[in-house]
Write a protein that binds this ligand. Structure first.
Ligand SMILES: Cc1cc2nc3c(=O)[nH]c(=O)nc-3n(C[C@H](O)[C@H](O)[C@H](O)COP(=O)(O)OP(=O)(O)OC[C@H]3O[C@@H](n4cnc5c(N)ncnc54)[C@H](O)[C@@H]3O)c2cc1C
Length: 414
């Protein structure tokens, strides 16, 4: 790595994390809590110089991820309201169908006393994660990582603010377009869905009673997710061109288009936030680890939001990697050594591939108008609905509680 002539600081860290999104901060907090005070964790991200954006983004947090957040004291610190999802119904309809029959309904989590998931505002989550990480002694560097060079015993990381960090492990949590992944020469399998997800907050006259709905419309899934108060968040999939046209419409015309999909079951609706369109793609890294480097979150995999699982999958990476690092460090061994990293990779690879291809397959199966496919999927959904063990399996899978479940996802401290 070329040294900058102006480089003036040299610091040491056991683990350096690139990216202060949910994945990077959750890993920092997990390691900080488990290994303080003799283990130094540094998170680097230019975004740390400002408060997390108030951008109306929300996420459905599944059971496993919620348990991790509770164990780290993050859940208890959420400032804004948290809305439980008590029921989830799925329909397969055409746009102008007056009635949308329910083909599949989930009312229970694997623990019948628990909601299926909780809706949380991304901003609240980031604020609580930052506090939890800092309280556990994690160091924040408000600067992007420009480059790194892995050596036999350590990895040298260079920041945009000219700080150089000598670390035993570098974690790429720098999002779907990960610069670190590219710099490590890790290839990806990826494709573009040629779809965008339109996200907006909607107010409605009647209470949703904690019910989430996913309508499989010909252009793609249209999800209605309950928020606290008489509000819901929508994730509305359309082709890129159609989504761009829709978000640019005058408010009254957007309202009309929305009402055709949202319906009037919850009474009169009102668009409460400016609709935004996010381009959707699929990316999966061919390796989740390199020389003194581990990939987590969207840096390792970007999936379709059809099942609201992207961030949850990232938190599952966090739980597995934190456990591998903590076990290794407690034995006095090197957390960046190949043994620790290959354990992490083996742990996460299968689960990630399963979820990534399941969401991809669902999107392909449902984002079309073919009569034959409609019959096939409706029969399939009807069968799942009538087979409790199969339904239970899907619920457990979505909760992140299948296979060898890491401690933090079980709600146990590291
Ligand atoms: C429309 C839509 C709806 C979704 N809904 C859900 C949902 O309901 N549930 C769910 O589980 N998931 C959902 N997701 C997916 C979820 O938003 C992502 O999976 C998640 O935000 C990824 O988090 P991350 O921390 O891995 O990455 P990011 O949030 O992308 O964070 C990456 C961070 O890295 C920083 N960074 C970038 N480059 C560098 C660098 N060189 N050095 C240092 N820092 C750097 C960035 O500033 C950023 O802060 C949805 C996605 C979309 C598009």
């Amino acid at each position: 790595m070329a040294q900058k002539p102006s480089q003036n600081f040299q610091q040491n860290s056991d683990v350096t994390i690139a990216g202060a999104g949910v994945a990077g901060l959750a890993l920092a907090a997990a390691l900080g809590h488990a290994l303080k005070p003799n283990f130094r964790v540094t998170v680097c991200d230019a975004a740390l110089s400002r408060e997390p954006a108030a951008d109306d983004r929300v996420s459905a947090i599944a059971t496993g991820a919620r348990r991790l957040l509770e164990t780290l004291g993050v859940w208890q610190r959420l400032k804004g309201p948290v809305q439980p999802i008590r029921e989830m119904v799925i329909t397969d309809s055409r746009l102008d169908d007056v009635v949308r029959p329910v083909f599949l309904a989930f009312e229970k989590n694997e623990d019948p006393n628990e909601p299926i998931a909780h809706m949380v505002e991304n901003r609240d989550l980031l604020v609580a994660l930052r506090t939890s990480a800092q309280e556990s002694g994690v160091v924040f560097e408000a600067s992007a990582i420009e480059g790194f060079e892995s050596g036999i015993e350590s990895v040298e990381v260079l920041l945009a603010n000219d700080t150089a960090l000598n670390s035993r492990l570098l974690v790429a949590a720098d999002g779907g377009r990960s610069k670190l992944r590219a710099q490590a020469g890790i290839k990806t399998v990826s494709w573009d869905y040629k779809q965008s997800g339109i996200v907006a907050t909607i107010g409605h006259a009647r209470d949703h009673e904690g019910r989430a709905e996913e309508h499989f419309l010909p252009a793609g899934p249209f999800a209605i997710l309950p928020l606290a108060g008489k509000r819901s968040s929508i994730v509305w999939t359309e082709s890129i061109e159609e989504a761009a046209r829709l978000v640019a419409l005058p408010p009254a015309d957007f309202h009309t288009e929305l009402e055709r999909r949202f319906g009037l079951k919850l009474g009169e609706i009102e668009v409460l936030s400016k609709p935004k369109a996010f381009p959707l793609g699929f990316t999966i890294a061919r390796k989740f680890a390199g020389d003194r480097l581990a990939l987590i979150g969207d840096a390792a995999h970007v999936i379709h939001p059809i099942a609201g699982q992207g961030l949850n999958l990232g938190i599952r990476d966090v739980a597995a990697l934190a456990e591998c690092i903590a076990d290794t460090a407690r034995l006095g061994l090197d957390p960046g050594a190949p043994e620790a990293l290959s354990r992490y990779e083996r742990w996460r690879r299968f689960d990630t591939l399963g979820m990534s291809f399941a969401t991809d397959g669902l999107n392909r199966l449902f984002s079309n108008n073919s009569g034959a496919l409609k019959v096939l999927r409706d029969v399939g959904m009807g069968l799942v609905d009538r087979m409790p063990p199969l339904k239970e399996f899907f619920v457990k899978e979505a909760a992140g509680l299948t296979g060898e479940v890491p401690k933090l996802l079980r709600g146990e401290a590291l």
